[in-house]
Design a protein around this ligand. Structure first.
Ligand code: PLP
Length: 450
């Protein structure tokens, strides 16, 4: 159980069988189970609740630390972020096009709280191409998809509410739940017999029933950090479960265009039926297909919710920047071409890292993701935090596995992005291996976790 908790396959807040039932199921004496439960209670992995049995817990409930908390010295390789460098020529051209279009906007104050109508139309057209017919009034332009998620959370989540999350998931999504004084309800992805990862509809439905969350946040395409893609049949089951419980899902489609081997099924939002009743809020951005430095994203929600968010946005960033929106408009015109170029770069990076990493770190195991931006490496030992702590001494910044999970899970995992140029990736792997060797010389206390 402790190992399952550490790997995120068992989440905190699950009621475990009684000592008698577990002993019978495992064919061991009740005293053996009682002793194991006692040890797990002492270590904080189990808690007893009066009248309602024994529940899983994790000793550390601290929210994950933010990425790169301190500026890194020159020459440091950043493996903590997974995002492409900009297609320089396309972004520069978009800058020129934006400057040329700017004068037409200079006679207004520039405070367009929902975003420029031309950009909202372009985003609505893109979403329609994805199988999600969208009216521009259902679109609000944001500073990236994390900002979109944050605006939705401000509208829908109150202190003390519960929010369902994939386990593992994008660290800033977990951070947002903590910052909203809400409580994360992590639901693990499950591995099927053929090795593919998918979402567990029964576990999601149980979480909805038992925790009555205010909302949920799912990354159904090129999931961060695993690269998993939700199966088509699973999409139907997931949307149906949320609809039955009346819980809105925030679906983060920002990585959807980073598939490498095969395009994903239609987007999760397209399974949600008539849009006025839709419980799916879709968020996205240009960060993963073009450049995160643009800080342009969007959310797509029923009009009433868009209006509500628009009224509260003023106290956030007031309105999105006009020049950036004009650049995004120019870039969206060539989006398919840019996404294809990005995919080719991701393929080269992925395949390169899949050769280089096992050669330098043979104890680690990696699976080949069908898309996304990173490998979700299994270190074979719970040393991810120690590795991230030691990495700056080798000129490397890492995001440790536990940042991607609730409750201290994934200490044996490390997300290794393949978005850097190939020669930099090679250098990063050398530094990673040197850091790992260092740990062998100075064993970490964390090796005693499982
Ligand atoms: C799943 C996911 N959502 C959102 C973001 C943030 O992206 P943006 O730049 O659009 O805010 C990231 C960045 O890594 C991500 O992986």
């Amino acid at each position: 159980m402790q190992a399952l908790l550490a790997d995120g396959r068992l989440t905190p807040g699950v009621r475990v069988p009684s000592e008698r039932d577990l002993a019978a199921a495992l064919g061991v004496g009740r005293g053996t189970v009682a002793a194991a439960y006692e040890r797990m209670r002492a270590s904080g992995h189990l808690v007893r609740r009066r009248g309602s049995g024994t529940w899983t817990a994790t000793p550390t409930e601290a929210p994950p630390l933010p990425f790169t908390p301190a500026p890194s010295p020159a020459g440091t390789i950043d493996l903590a972020h997974a995002a492409p460098t900009a297609p320089a020529e396309a972004v520069t051209e978009a800058g020129h096009a934006a400057l040329a279009a700017l004068p037409a906007h200079l006679c207004s104050a520039g405070y367009d709280v929902v975003g420029l109508s031309a950009l909202r139309e372009a985003v609505a057209d893109r979403l329609a191409d994805e199988g999600l017919p969208t009216h521009p009034d259902e679109v609000l332009i944001t500073s990236g998809s994390q900002h979109a998620h944050s605006l939705v959370a401000r509208a829908l989540v109150r202190p003390g509410d519960r929010v369902v999350l994939d386990q593992p998931t994008y660290p800033n999504a977990i951070g947002l739940v903590h910052d909203s004084s809400a409580r994360p309800v992590p639901v693990s992805l499950e591995r099927s017999d053929d090795g593919t990862l998918d979402w567990d509809v029964r576990a999601l439905a149980a979480a909805l029933r038992e925790s009555t969350p205010a909302t949920a946040y799912l990354v159904a395409d090129q999931h961060n950090p695993t690269g998993a893609v939700m199966g088509a049949a699973t999409r139907e089951g997931v949307v149906d479960a949320f609809r039955r419980h009346g819980v809105p899902i925030v679906v983060d489609d920002s990585l959807r265009d980073t598939w490498i081997d095969a395009p994903p099924p239609p987007c999760l939002g397209s399974f949600a039926g008539p849009r006025s009743e839709s419980t799916v809020i879709t968020i996205g951005s240009l960060s993963k297909t073009v450049w995160a430095g643009l800080r342009i994203g969007w959310l797509r929600a029923p009009r009433a919710l868009v209006r509500r968010i628009a009224t509260t946005r003023a106290s956030d960033d007031v309105a999105p920047p006009v020049l950036g929106q004009l650049m995004a408009l120019a870039l969206l015109e060539r989006h398919d071409e840019l996404a294809a170029t990005n995919r080719a770069r991701l393929r080269a990076g992925r395949d390169h890292l899949l050769r280089a990493l096992p050669a330098a770190l043979p104890d680690w195991s990696v699976r080949r993701p069908g898309g996304g931006m990173a490998l979700w490496a299994d270190l074979g030992a719970p040393r991810s935090s120690a590795l991230a702590e030691a990495a700056p001494r080798h000129g490397l910044v890492l995001a440790s596995g536990p940042r991607f999970g609730v409750g201290g899970a994934f200490e044996s995992r490390l997300r290794v992005p393949y978005t850097l140029p190939l020669d930099v990736l090679d250098d990063a792997v050398v530094r990673l291996a040197a850091t790992w060797d260092d740990l062998d010389r100075a064993p970490s206390v964390l090796t005693t976790v499982v």
